[in-house]
Design a protein around this ligand. Structure first.
Ligand SMILES: [Zn+2]
Length: 451
């Protein structure tokens, strides 16, 4: 795989040339049917534990093969380090500060949706509206009708996400659905696997390959990890890797099925995750804690040979809110006006992430992390993907820090407005200023309606 210098411009040029060629072809022939779309989300999957991102333990042969057929996004940000805010951003093209599904407690997600924005449109709804057959096979207890996850799916099945080998069953159902569908109609198929998530328990063959010394991982719960023996950490990571290999085998089955049906090269396929997992890089285990790189960077592989040149590495920072609009564009459809992200091929000026009291903004070659609870601010080089070394102050950095902080304040105002509006009505909420609206537009995020 070769890296490209100005990856964004080059990718855009490739895309536009191909779009032009396809448009001419389409004009010459009867218009071809739109392509089908397969979107796979692997819960809790770190990018740096995959072969395609340089990991050397052989966790992901199927995904590595798939990646050679399309684009690999090298620095993709999920906006949050927990499932619901991240996945809702992925599928509605709205930042967490905007859609508001940001609470940690299960009960708050499972309540009726008191603060559910009425104009939130899920990607499945957009494809359903375009005449697609839609199906979701989802294994995560949070992604239910309460968080909008049944919207737009003509067929949806949910698994609790708490037992071993669910992935195999999900894949089986997806394959059956693919076999039985109306083959004249394009499809949008969404699959959400939980098998990489704790408790890191996999079928024996995978455990034996990666963690032969123990049947079960020594660490089963989230926590600070103090006092954890080095050997136990290594073993825990080995069990996590076994889960990746298991899900990778499921992804391989899906791709093989598309190829066997003769649609492997004409279906848009995207694989990503909702967040990573931390193994004491910043003192913790699990996720849903901070916004450091081990948690908010995700893999993203995007394959569609008719429009996307295979084997390219996209180096610029990309973000979850740009995935849904890009999938629609590749399929030949306009985005719904409710989507507020842009295109994966255009580098965003700023990218945001949040969790609990932590907020992050990427831009100008840096990443700024703010703890809203304490006011503490850290600056990192964007190439320090695990945020291992906070930078000391220089004049240049002080300037970058000020500018990033200013833009993060715009993001915080988006968030504060949403929180304030929960109280009912919009009285007492400071209206958007023209400069705020302009700043959001400059940042590549379509401004919310002025209300
Ligand atoms: Zn998750």
């Amino acid at each position: 795989m070769r890296a490209i210098e100005s990856s964004a411009r080059s990718a855009r040029r490739v895309l536009l040339l191909r779009v032009a060629a396809i448009a001419l072809l389409a004009a010459a022939c009867a218009s071809p049917p739109p392509p089908s779309v397969l979107l796979v989300v692997v819960d809790t999957l770190r990018r740096d534990h995959l072969g395609v991102y340089g990991y050397e333990r052989g966790t992901s042969p199927a995904l590595d093969r798939l990646a050679r057929r399309g684009l690999v996004f090298d620095h993709h940000v999920t906006h949050a380090s927990q499932t619901v805010p991240s996945t809702v951003s992925l599928l509605t093209s709205r930042l967490p500060a905007d859609h508001g599904f940001v609470h940690r407690r299960l009960g708050q997600f499972m309540e009726k949706r008191p603060h559910y924005p009425e104009n939130l449109v899920f990607l499945a709804e957009a494809f359903e509206h375009a005449g697609y057959a839609t199906a979701g096979f989802i294994s995560n207890p949070f992604l239910t009708r309460h968080t909008g996850f049944t919207q737009g799916f003509a067929t949806s099945r949910h698994w609790p996400g708490d037992r071993s080998a669910e992935g195999e069953e999900i894949t089986q159902h997806a394959l059956e659905w693919l076999r039985e569908r109306d083959s004249e109609r394009p499809f949008f198929l969404y699959i959400h696997y939980m098998d990489v998530h704790q408790p890191y328990v996999q079928p024996d063959a995978f455990t034996a390959r990666f963690a032969p010394e123990t049947d079960e991982p020594p660490v089963e719960s989230y926590g600070r990890g103090e006092g954890l023996a080095r050997a136990d950490l290594v073993s825990t990571i080995a069990h996590y890797d076994a889960g990746i290999a298991y899900v990778d085998a499921q992804i391989g089955r899906l791709i093989d099925a598309l190829d066997a049906a003769g649609i492997g090269d004409t279906t848009i396929v995207a694989v990503t995750s909702d967040h990573g997992e931390e193994f004491l890089e910043h003192g913790g285990l699990g996720h849903a804690t901070t916004v450091y790189g081990e948690l908010v960077l995700a893999p993203l592989v995007l394959v569609y040979p008719p429009l996307l040149e295979p084997g390219r590495l996209i180096a610029h920072t990309t973000q979850h809110v740009d995935v849904a609009p890009t999938l629609l564009e590749l399929a030949g459809f306009d985005r719904p006006p409710e989507f507020r992200g842009g295109r994966l091929f255009d580098p965003p000026e700023r990218v945001y992430a949040e969790n609990g009291s932590h907020r992050a903004v990427y831009g100008d070659g840096y990443k700024l992390v703010l703890d809203r609870a304490t006011g503490a601010v850290q600056l990192f080089d964007v190439r320090d993907t695990l945020d291992a070394s906070p930078l000391g102050e220089t004049d240049e950095r002080a300037l970058a820090k000020r500018q990033l902080r200013q833009d993060l304040d715009t993001y915080l105002r988006l968030e504060d407005r949403r929180e304030a509006s929960k109280g009912g009505g919009s009285s007492g909420i400071e209206p958007w200023s023209e400069s705020d609206l302009e700043r959001l537009r400059v940042l590549g995020y379509r401004a919310p309606a002025v209300d």
